[in-house]
Design a binder for this molecule. Structure first.
Ligand code: GDP
Length: 432
């Protein structure tokens, strides 16, 4: 999907605008457990067109950090979005920070719309007009809070947003797209450098700009892979505030464009909440997943015992992900990444024929019928795989299935088909 990013200084109303654009949709709880923290990207829809909305508004650093953090927001947006909404508060007007960011946005060549927010009534339109001076074209007066001007804004946004994401545009049959993820210092750039070696081919350069390339193609053991958002890996951003949020933003944006994620974990350190959060973002994105335990050269026997316990405790929910134990420094077992990536992608692409799926469901129901609830026993009438990438199944039933029963079905599906390296979802539709 094409990506629309919302950028602006703290308090200009970015989050209000996101809520307004998402409307009720935001309240729809997705059927993915445990992944509600640190959301920065949302599926949005307007006039039957779907796009991804990237919200940088969760990031409101204190006054000292404003310039760096707004610049970093803009940087992510410029690298990874197809179009940008730049939000200014009409009551404040354009500040020096705004002008700085505007220069960056303009030099990127990405389409930008200037949103003059908090224009709650027509009296504000005069102030909005003064924002012409920013050189981003016509300011669009909007009240995110009351909805004024938002429909016009979305019409204009759709007009500048490509049908398919240009930054993600893939050649059919081209190299598969990999995101290398992990917290700072886990070894992402070391891995990239080691894997790329001399074979580094830079792709997806933004024409006519001085920006770093967004993707790189790398050959490993005779096969070419496309690593997405390598600019985000190679570029060091030093932020006093909001470094975590910046990382989440970058992670979400990279996932948007990847098919499979390699999450690096530093075995010399305890597995942290941040590691788990990054894995959760992968699960939420529905991308395939490979876990790479890096810095294996630093592992001693004692740390190894702790590590095994931590994996059991913190990573039990992704026990299906292929694991490789590597050292980006020494190059140990890097070649094992390739079969792991291939396995994960193959699972991600898997389609189970409807006949086979229903035969399995019938077997499972015979083996372990759904418990009777209030004198009734919900029956599964029929099931089918609604989509691949990741495999998503739908069961048509005569009543709600217990969460425990759905977990049973999911677990058995994994036992039978493996699905190593891909999340899977089992949804249900109740037929009255
Ligand atoms: P990034 O922030 O995730 O890109 O991490 P870097 O690739 O910059 O690595 C951070 C630090 O860890 C650097 O000092 C690397 O040399 C070191 N490092 C990376 N991979 C390994 C590894 O496999 N073994 C050891 N011992 N050090 C590593």
């Amino acid at each position: 999907l094409p990506v629309l990013a919302i950028v602006g200084r703290p308090n200009v109303g970015k989050s209000a605008l996101v809520n307004r654009i998402l409307g009720r949709r935001e309240a729809v709880v997705e059927d993915v457990p445990g992944v509600t923290r640190d959301r920065v990207s949302y599926k949005a829809e307007w006039m039957n067109r779907r796009f991804t909305l990237v919200d940088t508004g969760g990031w409101e650093p204190d006054a000292k950090g404003i310039n760096a953090s707004v610049a970093a927001q803009a940087e992510v947006a410029v690298d990874l979005a197809d179009a940008v909404l730049f939000v200014v508060d009409v009551n404040v007007g354009a500040t020096a920070t705004d002008e700085h960011v505007v220069r960056m946005l303009r030099s990127s060549g990405k389409p930008v719309l200037l949103v003059a927010n908090k224009a709650d009534d027509a009296r504000h339109d005069y102030e909005a007009a003064t924002l012409w001076s920013l050189g981003l074209g016509e300011p669009m007066p909007v009240s995110a809070l009351h909805g004024r001007g938002v429909a016009d804004l979305l019409d204009a946004a759709l007009a500048i947003l490509p049908e398919v994401s240009a930054v993600a545009r893939e050649e059919v049959g081209g190299p598969r797209r990999v995101a290398i993820l992990g917290r700072p210092n886990v070894g992402k750039s070391s891995l990239l450098n080691k894997a790329a070696g001399e074979e580094r081919v830079v792709v997806n350069e933004l024409a006519g700009t001085t920006r770093d390339p967004v993707d790189e193609q790398v050959e490993i053991s005779g096969k070419v892979w496309r690593f997405v958002d390598t600019a985000g890996i190679r570029r060091r951003v030093h932020l006093q505030h909001g470094a975590d949020f910046y990382a989440s933003l970058r992670t979400s944006a990279a996932l948007e464009r990847a098919e499979v994620a390699v999450v690096l974990i530093d075995v010399s350190q305890p597995i942290s909440e941040q590691d788990v959060r990054i894995i959760d973002l992968v699960l939420e994105s529905g991308r395939a997943l490979v876990l790479a335990f890096n810095k294996w050269d630093l592992l001693d026997d004692e740390r190894r015992r702790y590590l095994e316990r931590e994996i059991e405790q913190d990573l039990a929910h992704v026990s299906w992900a292929p694991r490789v134990n590597i050292s980006a420094r020494t190059g140990r077992h890097l070649e094992k990444l390739v079969p792991a990536l291939e396995l994960a992608l193959q699972s991600w692409d898997t389609r189970i024929p409807t006949g086979k799926f229903n035969a399995l469901i019938a077997e499972l129901v015979a083996e372990h019928p759904h418990p009777v609830r209030g004198g009734k026993q919900p029956r599964i009438l029929f099931g089918t795989q609604a989509s691949t990438r990741p495999p998503t199944f739908v069961l048509f039933t005569t009543g709600f299935l217990d969460p425990g029963y759905r977990r049973f079905i999911t677990r058995r599906l994994r036992e039978v088909y493996g699905f190593e390296g891909t999340p899977i979802t089992v949804n249900m539709r109740v037929r009255e």
